[in-house]
Design a protein around this ligand. Structure first.
Ligand SMILES: [Mn+2]
Length: 284
């Protein structure tokens, strides 16, 4: 091993991951493991729906690769990387642990992230805004206190639903059923979350929940969505200078595989033409 080998790997200031959905068949744990192996960061923020408690209740699906993801994260925490865990609606059971630390992991309901270049971001899973998205038009006319009341009532209603054994009603799942509705929903969601950041005087918001990675400017604030590890395999990283970047790991993996195939084909062709030259040589 050469002494400079580890420094060739990019080191990020922060890594943001959301909607991993461990415990479901859709979770692409191997892709995430591959990603975690090649991405080191000084801090990791888990932005909700890390495991899927709802799905686990209906049927146990927990292969070794899902354990490996947990182990990889715990190993990073053990090595001194601070991890912030913000529960989402699927792992809302973790909301009972808000304010606690375990194995170097801090559980928080929301988090304020300060980038290296001094920008303030509100970090939240985002499910609590489903109700605002659904009722955006008339909620816009409400005052601040009424708005907060509606948000609180939504959380409370979902808690009651859980006590009765019902599922969290997900607006994003409902919206995804038709393309038109999904497009409208994504736009509404982005503007509601951007509004929330502006309301709190933040420079931007980092969220998840709708499984649609994004890094864009909405009005005066930056809207950043981590995406997911079910459909798209995406993450948000912060570079040492504070720049936020969206990584599409599925696409990067596809491109790397394609390059490898081309290389293999080229060397095969090279070997073939080499054989031919040898063939054309007069036999001794
Ligand atoms: Mn969610």
């Amino acid at each position: 091993m050469t002494p400079d080998a580890p420094s060739r790997r990019p080191r990020y200031r922060t890594l943001f991951l959301s909607d991993i959905h461990l415990g479901t068949r859709g979770c692409q744990a191997d892709m995430l493991l591959d990603f975690l192996r090649s991405h080191d960061a000084d801090k990791i923020v888990l932005v909700g729906d890390i495991f899927d408690g709802w799905r686990l209740r209906r049927g146990w699906h927990w292969p070794q690769s899902h354990n490996n993801v947990i182990e990889a994260l715990l190993a990073k925490a053990h090595a001194g990387v601070p991890i912030v865990y913000i529960p989402g609606n699927h792992d809302e059971i973790m909301r009972s642990y808000v304010g606690t630390h375990f194995g170097g992991i801090e559980v928080k309901i929301t988090h304020e992230h300060l980038t290296a270049d001094g920008r303030r971001f509100l970090v939240t899973h985002g499910d609590q805004y489903d109700v605002v998205v659904l009722n955006a038009k008339w909620l816009a006319h409400l005052g601040d206190r009424a708005y907060k009341f509606v948000l609180g009532a939504n959380t409370w209603l979902n808690r009651v639903r859980r006590l009765w054994g019902g599922q969290y009603w997900s607006l994003s799942n409902w919206a995804k059923q038709t393309v038109k509705r999904a497009v409208n929903f994504i736009g509404e969601y982005e503007s509601v979350l951007a509004d929330e950041a502006a309301r709190g005087g933040y420079d931007g918001i980092i969220c998840g929940h709708i499984h649609k990675a994004e890094l864009t400017q909405v009005g005066d604030v930056e809207y950043v969505n981590c995406g997911d590890w079910v459909e798209s395999c995406t993450a948000i990283v912060e570079l040492p200078d504070g720049t936020l970047k969206l990584i599409d790991w599925a696409r990067k993996t596809r491109q790397a595989n394609h390059r490898r195939k081309l290389k293999a084909k080229a060397s095969e062709r090279g070997a073939l033409s080499h054989d031919k030259t040898q063939d054309s040589e007069p036999a001794a």
